[in-house]
Design a protein around this ligand. Structure first.
Ligand code: URA
Length: 445
């Protein structure tokens, strides 16, 4: 087999076989196929696309390229959740203990944040003492013991995806639906999930800016799941503005705890309930979504979900008292108000800009090796549809100091808000579409 022939075949619109895709992925990982040939192939895929079978075979070849976690020693159906990355997305902190309280084993590997999006592992580490590195044995034992463990990605999961993603990043081939779908699903499959619930974000703060593109990506991932025998459902949720009000690690943990306490922002609760309901159905703990939601609400109201969070924090070395007293989380020394310069309604919020603003305060990383400051971030005081008067605080910066660079961040936050008009803008639903193997179902407007 010659790589040049496979590139030519794809360039001409042909489909590669499972054997040909394995040859490419294995050869690339071993260094036998150079970057220039792999980028030519990725560009051919970008223009020609891939069939569903090809996408599934590529996914499996990437999943096989490194460690494959065997979760079979954990009892029950393991349902994983994945978000394509948003601003203020702290859903895992709520969903994981909530579904664990319903009897779904949560054996989750999560990532760190990069750029304008945050990562669950950084958020968890804002609780003093919380350990995100456990040995495989400790990880399995904790899930069998208390039903939940969340750790950072360890070992050598999907090295082919790491290498290919880095190459795509510099060859303008990231934005290809089969390549994104296989990249995401290969990691989930290698991490051992029996079933997968995807939270695909759409809008200004997301990777996919339009609903149609997001649905196409979701459908491609659900199709991979069907092809490889892992039931998959995808929810498409709005990321035209941040989720909830908090952006930044300790601030987001505090907001997640508020939801588990039965308080917290409605949009965040709504999305967590929707994601969790799909997980509970796929995990066999309810027959349908209505029954699942009823069970989930009962676990929130009884305090069982918060109790699961306490057990989870304690098991991984944190102080469980944080669940009742988020004041124990680290706090930034300075709080700086950003105030409206005119009257009107908040028409739009540029989520990506707010994510970048939080990153500039130190809550996120511009480069992989950057250190982050868990205490800093943003608390929004107004969201789309809210009315404001000149001088009202629309957001607060939680900052380390009051340096000129922090003032620049305040300007950036102000610029991310579009305020004006006499008429209240119509609020878009948060949940826009659900994609399952039965097809795409849009929410009613
Ligand atoms: N996220 C991934 O994991 N892979 C992609 O290709 C794009 C986004």
């Amino acid at each position: 087999m010659r790589t040049v022939d496979l590139i030519r075949k794809k360039r001409g619109g042909g489909s590669l076989t499972a054997g040909e895709l394995s040859f490419l992925i294995e050869g690339y990982c071993q260094g036998d196929i150079p970057d220039y040939q792999m980028s030519a192939w990725a560009m051919a895929v970008f223009f020609r696309g891939m069939t569903a079978e090809e996408t599934a075979e590529l996914t499996l070849a990437m999943a096989r390229s490194g460690d494959q976690v065997d979760l079979s020693s954990i009892r029950g159906i393991k349902v994983d959740k994945h978000s394509t990355g948003g601003v203020g997305d702290k859903t895992t902190l709520i969903v994981a203990p909530l579904v664990a309280a319903c009897g779904i084993p949560v054996a989750k590997m999560s990532g760190r944040g990069l750029g304008h999006t945050g990562g669950t592992i950084d958020k968890l580490e804002s609780m003093a003492g919380f350990r995100t590195e456990l040995s495989r044995e400790q990880f399995f034992a904790q899930v069998n013991d208390i039903g939940i463990a969340v750790i950072g990605q360890s070992g050598n999961i999907t090295p082919a995806d790491k290498k290919l993603y880095a190459l795509r990043d510099v060859t303008a081939t990231v934005e290809s639906i089969p390549l994104i779908a296989s990249s995401v699903m290969s990691k989930k499959i290698a991490a051992g999930a029996d079933a997968i619930v995807l939270d695909v974000k759409t809008g200004s703060g997301a990777f996919m800016k339009s609903l149609e593109e997001s649905e196409a990506l979701a459908a491609a991932m659900v199709e991979i799941g069907s092809q490889v025998g892992r039931q998959t459902a995808a929810l498409i949720s709005d990321m035209d503005q941040p989720l909830g009000y908090a952006i930044g690690n300790a601030l987001e943990v505090e907001e997640a705890i508020a939801v588990l306490q039965g308080q917290g922002p409605r949009d965040l609760l709504e999305l967590c309930l929707a994601l969790s309901a799909h997980m509970v159905v796929l995990g066999g703990q309810a027959d349908n979504l209505e029954a699942a939601e009823k069970l989930l609400r009962a676990k929130l109201e009884s305090g069982a979900a918060l109790e699961k969070f306490r057990a989870f924090v304690a098991a991984q070395g944190g102080d469980p008292a944080v669940a009742d007293n988020p004041g124990l989380l680290s706090k930034a020394p300075e709080i700086i108000n950003v105030t409206a310069q005119q009257d009107g309604f908040v028409q739009q919020i540029d989520a990506e800009q707010l994510g970048l603003a939080a990153m500039l305060l130190g809550a996120g990383r511009a480069a992989k090796e950057d250190e982050i400051d868990h205490a800093v971030g943003l608390m929004l005081k107004r969201k789309v549809g809210d009315s404001v008067k000149t001088g009202d605080t629309i957001a607060q910066l939680h900052a380390r100091d009051r340096s000129p660079s922090v003032s620049e961040v305040a300007q950036r936050v102000l610029a991310a808000y579009t305020i004006g008009g006499q008429d209240q803008p119509t609020r878009k639903p948060l949940l826009l579409s659900v994609v399952t193997s039965d097809g795409i179902k849009r929410s009613e407007a």
